[in-house]
Design a protein around this ligand. Structure first.
Ligand SMILES: [Zn+2]
Ligand SMILES: [Zn+2]
Length: 658
C-alpha cells in the first residue's frame, strides 16, 4: 500500500478529547472529509460520541493499527490555532488536568449557524477621547512607558480605574492589537459593556456563560479573525484567541469568581499573567482591595504597583461605623435603623449585606464575640452537634468550651445556619419600604438581575438585600447607607483567607455607598467590635490591614509564603470516603519521607461543607514552598492512588476552602 500526500484519503488526525486521559488520540480522516488543524470534530470514544479538537494532521497512517474513522466535522473553518494547544498544555501542567479537559474549558462548544455574521473590521474608533485627571494620566503614562508587562492599579473604590483601562484599550486597538477585558460578574459586564460600546461600537464583543453556545462561538470567531478587537467577558474570556494580543485587563482582580470550580480549576488571573508574559501583551490588574498574593507580588516588583488614592469627581469616602450587636438575635441595630430611615426619607437607598456563603455552625462568646480557633492552623473551628469542635484543616478536635478563652464569660453561643430568616425580619422592621433581594439564586435568572439593577437605578427599590454579589463594582448613585447584618459570620469561616475576604467584602461594600453627591454611611454590625480588622476598616486602611495579615500568614505559613493544594475526596458512602482519605494521606506521608521533604500534609478531615448533593466530602490540604514541587507531588500521589468508590478533585492554589 502506498500513500500519496496530495490525497486526504489515507490521512489521520491527532485529536484531543475532553477526558482525563492526558494525551491525544489518532483517528482516520474519512475520504471526502476536508479537515484542517484548528477544527473540531465528533469522534467515537469509549462508545460515546464526543467533541474532539484536531491538533495535527498526518498524511500517512500508522502501520499495523486499525484506526477509527472520525464521525463528522463540526467546523467548516479554522477556529483556533496551535497557540491554544500550548496554552492548554500550560493549564494542564499547572492545574493537573488533561490537555483535552483544558481545551474543553478554553474553546466554545457551539455550532456555526448558517447566517453570515456581520463582518468587516471597524476602521476607526468613535468618541475615542477619555478625559483623565492628572493622577489618572500619570498612571496611564507610566503603564505605557514602563518596561514591565504586568501592572496593578491599587485604587480606592470610585477612584476612576475604568478610565485608565479604557484609555489603554483605545491605545491598543488603535495600534491594531486586540484587548481582553475581564470582569468578575456577568451583570457587571453589561454595565461596562454600555460604556465600551460607546467607544468601540461593533468592534466590541461580549463573552460569557449567559450567551447561547452558538452566540459564544460566533463571537469567538469574530475575535479570532480580528473582526472585533475588544472583548469584555467573565473568566473563560481569558482564553479568547486573536491575531495579536495587546492588552488584558482584569478588573476587581481579587474576586474569587476568576477561579474555575471544576476541572481544570484554573485562575483566569494567572492565565492572564502567563499570556501577558508569553504573548508580549500588557496586563493591567485593578482593585481597591487587591488579593494579598497580588499585592505581595507587586511589593516585590514582579508586578508594577500604581496607587490611586482619591475618589474621582465629587464622590467622598463613606463614614464607617462599627456597631456592637447586643446578642445574636439582634438583627437590625437602632443605628442602622435610624440611618436607613433617614436615607429613605431623603429619597436615597440602602443596601444590606447578608454574608451567608459557606455558613457552617460555629461557637462564639456572647460577650466579647471571640470564636474558637484551632491552635495549629489559626482558623475558626466549627461546631458539630454531639461531637464538639472540629478543625477542618488538620482534623484537631476539642470539646465545646465552657468559658470564653478571651474574657472568661460563660455565655457561649452556638450559631447555626437557617436560624435567621433575615429577609422576613427586615420586611417586618420596615413594612412601608420596597425591599428586594439579589443573590446567587436570583442571579441565575438573568432577567431578574437586570430588572433589579434597573429598578435600583430608577430608585424603585428602597432596600436591596444581597449576598457577596451586591459588593461587586455596581455603581448605585442613590445608595447612601450600607449595612452589614453580622460581620462575625464571615470572620469565622473555616478558611485561612476568611479575614482577607471579609475585609475586602466590607471595603467593597463601603465603596457602593456615597458614590453620588451625598455622604455615605456604612454600619457594620458585629458581636466582636474589638476585632483587629475594624480599626483598619474604619480608617479604610487596606494597606495597614495587608501588613498585619501578612505577618500572620508568615507566622503560620500560608500563601503568599507557601503554595497550597487541596485534595477533595468525595463519594456516596461516608465510610469509603473517610477510608480512602485516610489511605491517600498515608501514601502521601510516605512520599514526603521518601522524596518530597518540602511538602507538608494536613488532614485528612471532613470538609467544612461535609456533604453536598448526597456526596460526602473529606479533604487533605498540602503546603509546599515551591509550586512545581507541589504539583509534581500531587501528580505522583494521585496517579498511584486507585479507588473506584470515590472521586478525587485536585485544586491547586484553591480560593475556596469549604
Ligand atoms: Zn469572651
Ligand atoms: Zn487545625
Amino acid at each position: 500500500m502506498t500513500y500519496n500526500n496530495s490525497f486526504s484519503a489515507g490521512s489521520a488526525a491527532d485529536i484531543y478529547i475532553n477526558t482525563p486521559v492526558n494525551r491525544s488520540f489518532t483517528y482516520k480522516i474519512p475520504e471526502q472529509m476536508n479537515l484542517l488543524t484548528g477544527m473540531r470534530v465528533v469522534v467515537n470514544f469509549s462508545g460515546r460520541e464526543m467533541t474532539g479538537f484536531v491538533s495535527a494532521i498526518h498524511n500517512n497512517l500508522p502501520e499495523g493499527i486499525e484506526l477509527k474513522d472520525i464521525v463528522s466535522r463540526i467546523d467548516d473553518e479554522i477556529i483556533y490555532d496551535e497557540r491554544i494547544i500550548r496554552l492548554a498544555e500550560y493549564v494542564s501542567e499547572s492545574y493537573l488536568s488533561s490537555v483535552g479537559e483544558a481545551l474543553g474549558k478554553a474553546l466554545p462548544s457551539g455550532e456555526s449557524s448558517r447566517s453570515r455574521p456581520r463582518a468587516s473590521r471597524v476602521s476607526h474608533i468613535e468618541n475615542s477621547r477619555i478625559d483623565l485627571t492628572d493622577k489618572q494620566k500619570s498612571i496611564y503614562d507610566r503603564i505605557m512607558s514602563s518596561g514591565k508587562k504586568s501592572h496593578l492599579i491599587f485604587g480606592i473604590t470610585g477612584s476612576g480605574k475604568t478610565e485608565i483601562y479604557m484609555s489603554a484599550a483605545i491605545d491598543a486597538v488603535s495600534k491594531g492589537l486586540s484587548v481582553i477585558y475581564l470582569v468578575p460578574e456577568i451583570t457587571l459586564s453589561s454595565q461596562i459593556h454600555a460604556r465600551l460600546y460607546k467607544v468601540f461600537g461593533e468592534n466590541l464583543i461580549v463573552y460569557h456563560s449567559q450567551l447561547t453556545q452558538n452566540q459564544r462561538l460566533a463571537n469567538w470567531k469574530r475575535f479570532y479573525k480580528g473582526d472585533a478587537m475588544i472583548a469584555v467577558g467573565t473568566r473563560s474570556a481569558v482564553f479568547l484567541q486573536c491575531p495579536k494580543l495587546g492588552l488584558i485587563i482584569v478588573d476587581e482582580e481579587h474576586d474569587s469568581s476568576y477561579k474555575e470550580q471544576s476541572t481544570p480549576r484554573y485562575n483566569a488571573r494567572r492565565i492572564a499573567f502567563y499570556r501577558g508574559e508569553t504573548e508580549n501583551a500588557t496586563l493591567i490588574l485593578g482593585s481597591a482591595t487587591p488579593s494579598i498574593e497580588t499585592l505581595y507580588a507587586a511589593e516585590r516588583g514582579v508586578i508594577e504597583l500604581h496607587k490611586l488614592e482619591e475618589r474621582y469627581g465629587d464622590g467622598k469616602l463613606p463614614v464607617i461605623e462599627i456597631v456592637k450587636l447586643q446578642n445574636s438575635n439582634e438583627e437590625i441595630t437602632p443605628r442602622l435603623k435610624m440611618y436607613t430611615n433617614r436615607a429613605i426619607k431623603d429619597g436615597k437607598q440602602a443596601v444590606y449585606l447578608l454574608n451567608r456563603r459557606g455558613f457552617a455552625p460555629f461557637v462564639l462568646c456572647g460577650d466579647c464575640g471571640c470564636a474558637v480557633e484551632c491552635p495549629d492552623c489559626s482558623i475558626g473551628m466549627n461546631y458539630h452537634r454531639g461531637k464538639g469542635m472540629l478543625c477542618h484543616y488538620c482534623g484537631y478536635s476539642s470539646d465545646v468550651p465552657l468559658n470564653c478563652s478571651a474574657c472568661g464569660s460563660e455565655s457561649i453561643l452556638k450559631l447555626g445556619s437557617g436560624t435567621q430568616k433575615i429577609e422576613e425580619i427586615i420586611s417586618k422592621e420596615f413594612p412601608d419600604y420596597r425591599i428586594f433581594r439579589l443573590d446567587q439564586d436570583s442571579a441565575r435568572k438573568k432577567d431578574t438581575v437586570y430588572d433589579l439593577l434597573d429598578m435600583m437605578h430608577k430608585r424603585e427599590i428602597d432596600i436591596l438585600l444581597g449576598t457577596q454579589m451586591i459588593s461587586k463594582g455596581f455603581d448605585f448613585h442613590g445608595v447612601t447607607v450600607a449595612g452589614i447584618i453580622m460581620a462575625d459570620i464571615g470572620l469565622n469561616m473555616p478558611d485561612f483567607r476568611a479575614t482577607e475576604k471579609i475585609f475586602s467584602l466590607l471595603m467593597q461594600l463601603s465603596g457602593r455607598s456615597g458614590r453620588g453627591e451625598s455622604e455615605g454611611r456604612v454600619i457594620i454590625q458585629t458581636l466582636n467590635e474589638e476585632h483587629l480588622i475594624f480599626d483598619y476598616l474604619k480608617r479604610q486602611d487596606y494597606l495597614g490591614f495587608y501588613r498585619e495579615e501578612l505577618k500572620i500568614r508568615k507566622l503560620i505559613n500560608y500563601p503568599p509564603f507557601t503554595r497550597i493544594a487541596r485534595i477533595v475526596i468525595r463519594g456516596k458512602s461516608e465510610e469509603s470516603v473517610s477510608q480512602s482519605a485516610e489511605l491517600l494521606t498515608i501514601d502521601m506521608k510516605r512520599l514526603v519521607t521518601e522524596q518530597y521533604s518540602g511538602i507538608m500534609v494536613l488532614g485528612p478531615s471532613p470538609a467544612p461543607l461535609s456533604k453536598i448533593g448526597g456526596n460526602y466530602r473529606y479533604h487533605i490540604i498540602l503546603k509546599g514552598k515551591r509550586l512545581n514541587e507541589l504539583t509534581a507531588f500531587v501528580k505522583t500521589a494521585i496517579d498511584s492512588f486507585k479507588s473506584k468508590a470515590v472521586y478525587i478533585e485536585i485544586d491547586i492554589d484553591p480560593v475556596d476552602m469549604l
